[in-house]
Design a protein around this ligand. Structure first.
Ligand code: FES
Length: 81
């Protein structure tokens, strides 16, 4: 029972992204991913998993500062060709 109720209040994974929606889902087609890869100098796409990016759902590096504040070790999912 504690597991089911443990994330109430300020313990949400998502601190503030699209809170007006019941569920945050971001979908990408292969073309979307390929277009994003072309824009990046290294040809990769990094998907945010810390929920702190100002460019969500893409990683903007905010996970580094977040990890320093709380001692966590989260980082992006990196898509490569
Ligand atoms: Fe969230 Fe990089 S900013 S994983």
């Amino acid at each position: 029972f504690m597991i089911l109720t443990g994330r109430k209040g300020g313990q949400h994974v998502n601190p503030g992204i699209k809170k007006d929606q019941p569920k945050v889902v971001d979908s990408f087609t292969m073309k979307d991913i390929e277009d994003l890869m072309k824009k990046d100098k290294n040809g990769v796409v990094a998907i945010c998993r810390c929920w702190r990016s100002k460019n969500f759902p893409l990683c903007d590096g905010s996970h580094t500062a977040f990890n320093k504040t709380c001692g966590d070790n989260v980082g992006p999912a990196v898509l490569k060709k």
